[in-house]
Design a protein around this ligand. Sequence first.
Ligand code: FAD
Length: 457
Amino acid sequence: SENGGTFDLVILGAGSGGYAAAIRASELGMKVALIEKNKLGGTCLHVGCIPTKALLHSAEVADAARDSETFGVKADFQGIDMPGVNAYKDKVVNRMYRGLTGLIKAHGITVVEGEGRLTGPDEVTVGGAVYKGANILLATGSVPKTLGLDIDGEKVITSEQALEMQSVPQSVVVLGGGVIGVEFASVYRSYGAEVTIVEALPHLLPLEDESTSKQLERAFRKRGIKYELGTPFESVKTTDSGVSVSLQGGGKPLEADVLLVAIGRGPVSEGLGFEDAGVQLERGFVQVDENLHTGVGSIYAVGDLIPTLQLAHVGFAEGIYVAEQIAGLNPPAIDYDGVPRITYSEPEVASVGLTSAKAKEKGYETVELDYNLGGNGKSQILQTQGSVKVIAQKDGPVLGVHMIGSRVGELTAEGQLIYNWEALPSEVAQLVHPHPTQSEALGEAHLALAGKPLHVH
Ligand code: FAD
């Protein structure tokens, strides 16, 4: 076989985790090969974070146009033009893609196009060429789970086809009330579809604080989004006009044009030589130690392929961490509890740190304050409802921040500093927040926790 070259680091997969590692490693002076079978940028850029947020922004514009009279503006909302939405979305993705391609090139990283396979503890083979690496990074990411359902791409779809819709369906059943399901439900509803979410667990966004989930459920109900909670899915039949979805426990099947399957994502780890090289898998996820090392040779793994939070910013952080680890910089471990989590639906849901339930489970004695956005001027200007809930240790630091409302995702920037610096509510209460912003709600919650509530009683 042909000699592809010898590198300090060979990376399999150029998504968030892989390309971040490539950039950091090249900054640290390493010779890097980055192998990608599809497109630089991976899921997040092409079929994840960026295109979904573009669809959600069009949704926000549509809602504003539809509700313009609320703000005293006369506009004549005529509906959604999907080709126009897609053109806008593609423009954003293509611009980011060009930028990333330029960045990778500017760093002198060797990009290899093709499907790679681990063919030994220190080599990856692509086609006939062998790329030798003093270090190897597995970053092959994830794909939608399908529960064995037949994804025909028209009536039964995953997020990948939902991002390419050519017209808005009249009705959709969304299977799964996690982040991706909730975001698409929000998009479909704003675009005018009848939407029903089916979730096996008792709440939407089951990983979030229960009080936030309940508020989201209320907000969705007001928006006309239906949901069946605590009702596992049983089966789906395609019909002439769409799908018929049966739930466990009987009852009338749900009829819709489209079934969106959003029940989570599974790692891409099969048939790539991982196990032959001695890499351990569990439910398909590559097992790593706290250094993100697989325990085999100099093979590391990051991103959706390992059983940490499936988020782009986690992939970035893990990629940087591995590059620094290899360079001997001894980077501090990633604090996964301190990673912000955002669902970009309308309303948005955002959190950092522990939920009430998790804090109890860990044995903390806590105090909580749930500040209603009804008292926040900017939220009234935006006509959004929601709250900012702060959980603190009794006489101690903040343990968690949980928010719901339009645009509250941006507030995680402050919530994250508060949490990660283990700030006391009294210390945050000292900070003068700008008026009128939604960040004031964070300030107000901490003022109240510090015993000097201003716009709360
Ligand atoms: P990926 O991005 O999946 O990249 C893996 C890459 O490896 C791919 O490009 C693939 O082609 C390549 N590859 C796989 N096998 C091989 C092989 N054998 N040879 C060569 N190349 C290979 N996260 C957020 O933080 N915020 C969001 O708003 C957000 N929204 C999302 C919305 C949707 C609809 C989806 C699906 C995901 C979203 N995510 C979001 C999650 C985010 O996209 C992932 O966490 C992130 O992309 C994981 O990065 P990764 O590098 O591990 O894997």
